[in-house]
Every structure is written in C-alpha cells, then in structure tokens.
Design a protein around this ligand. Structure first.
Ligand SMILES: NC(=O)c1ccc[n+]([C@@H]2O[C@H](COP(=O)([O-])OP(=O)(O)OC[C@H]3O[C@@H](n4cnc5c(N)ncnc54)[C@H](O)[C@@H]3O)[C@@H](O)[C@H]2O)c1
Length: 251
C-alpha cells in the first residue's frame, strides 16, 4: 500500500475529486480527515471509507475562515497523532461574467475560497508537517491558472495564485523535507462541471476544444495523480504544477 501509516487531510472531501481522492488514499492505507463546508457530505465520505474497513473522521470547515482552517488541522492531528499529507482541494466555480461585469463580491468570494483557503490550509498545517519531520502538500490549481478563460477572471486569478503559492511553499519549506506540488486538472467530470453546464455536460465541440483525447477526465484520474504526489513515488517532485488535462494546454 502506497500510503501505509500516513495521515492525510483532504478539503472539499464531500464531493467530486476530493471524495474520490479520500477513498483512494484510504484504500492505500492512509487515515483520512475528510473536510468540507458541507459537513454531511464530508461525513458520507468518511462513512464510505469506514464501510470498506478504512479509518476516517469528518469535519465541517470553511477553508476561507482562519478559525475553521486552524481547527481542521488540529482535529486531524489530535485524532490520528500527526499529519503527513495535506490536499488543499476545496474550491468553487464562482459566478460567470466578463471581467468588467463581475461584482466585487463575486470576485472576493472566489479569491477567498480558492486562493486564501489554500494559503490558510498551508499556513496552519506546515507546523504539523515540520513536527513530523516532513510531508507532502498537494494543492488543487487548474488549467485555468495557465490560460485565460472567458468569464472566469477571478477563478483564473485564484488558480494562478495557487500555482505561485505552491512554488513559494516548496522553496521555503523544502529544507524541512516538505514537498509542495499542485495539480492543474483540465475538464473533469464532477458535480462542479455538471453545475457549470446546467446538467447537460460539455458539448462535443467543447470536449474537442478542451481535450485532445476526445473526452473529459474522471475524478479517479486526478486522484491517482494526487496519490502519486502524496507518496514515495514522488520523493523528488516539488514546486511543480502537474497538468492533467487530456492535452488541453498543449493544443
Ligand atoms: N471539475 C473540474 O473540471 C475542475 C477542473 C480544474 C480544477 N478544479 C478544481 O478542483 C477542485 C475540486 O472540484 P470538483 O470539480 O471536485 O468540485 P465539487 O463541487 O464536486 O467539489 C468541491 C467541494 O468543495 C467543497 N467546498 C466548497 N467551498 C468550500 C469551502 N469554503 N470550504 C470547504 N469546502 C468547500 C464543496 O462543498 C464540495 O464538496 C476545486 O478546487 C476546483 O476548482 C475542477
């Protein structure tokens, strides 16, 4: 098992990629702190892990709130006796609208959750990882942090910021044996994309535009990348954005 004995905190664990990553990490031997602003959804993820014989706790926390961010890290470390892996995955799509039409509130909300939330998750977990003598942080960025997407100014800015935070975390904390990487998913089939497309899924032309493989990605494909980055297969990977996008950015 690739995460035997490891303790992993995963945010946005109640849905989509966070839920699947929680389940896959648990099957690989990790004990999971499943965190989500939707406490019931996080509890369902933890219950699904326990049904399979794994170990998990769940907690409701808003990653953009500093008290919540501090408490989620403390709860995981207290329950399991430390922290080895932190997957800052929670995020929202925010409102769609061209830059000049976007309200200040909508902009601030996306930055608060998708960027500040990642920073708070790093800020409060780093001391715990240092205590353990090292660890791995995985942040969820996006292809949106690498290219401009119409109607998604705040989202793109936040995700580019996550790539920057990842680099700074890596250079500042590498000496503590802490690796910090981020994943830049392309279009992945999750409830977020269902909401964006109004439940219709991406059109054939949309799929062609956003993937040279002719399909959208699955949450499992991203979770397996996170698993790689969390474990000992990635011991020399740090500070890097891992683009898992079916070739979107290459095209
Ligand atoms: N689906 C895609 O195509 C895609 C592509 C690139 C990046 N991403 C990113 O991947 C991550 C996961 O997205 P997903 O597609 O699985 O979406 P999702 O909506 O299925 O899951 C996101 C989860 O985050 C939780 N969440 C939202 N705000 C929160 C907060 N303030 N505090 C704690 N939890 C919160 C939600 O309740 C939800 O359970 C996000 O950061 C998203 O921006 C998604």
């Amino acid at each position: 098992m690739r995460l035997e004995g490891k303790i992993a905190l995963i945010t946005g664990a109640g849905s989509g990629m966070g839920r699947v990553a929680s389940q896959i990490f648990a099957r690989e031997g990790a004990r999971i702190a499943a965190i989500d602003i939707n406490g019931e959804a996080a509890a369902e993820t933890a219950a699904s892990i326990k049904r399979e014989g794994g170990k998990a706790i769940s907690m409701r926390a808003d990653v953009s709130n500093s008290e919540d961010a501090r408490s989620m890290v403390d709860a995981a470390a207290r329950e399991f006796g430390g922290l080895d892996v932190v997957y800052n995955n929670a995020g929202i799509e925010g409102e769609s609208g061209f830059l000049a039409q976007l309200s200040e509130e909508a902009f601030d909300r996306v930055i608060a959750i998708n960027l500040r939330g990642v920073w708070l998750g790093m800020k409060y977990s780093l001391p715990k990882l240092i205590e353990r003598g090292g660890g791995a942080i995985i942040n969820t960025a996006s292809v949106a942090g690498l290219v401009g997407i119409k109607g998604a100014a705040a989202y793109c800015a936040a995700k580019a910021g996550v790539i920057a935070l990842t680099r700074v975390g890596a250079v500042e904390y590498g000496r503590y044996n802490i690796r910090v990487n981020c994943i830049c998913p392309g279009v992945i089939n999750t409830p977020m994309v269902e909401r964006i497309t109004g439940g219709k899924g991406l059109s054939q032309s949309g799929i062609k535009r956003n993937s040279v493989l002719g399909r959208v990605g699955t949450p499992e494909e991203i979770a397996r990348t996170a698993l790689f980055l969390a474990g000992d297969d990635a011991t020399f990977a740090s500070g890097a954005p891992f683009i898992i996008d079916g070739g979107w950015v290459a095209g």
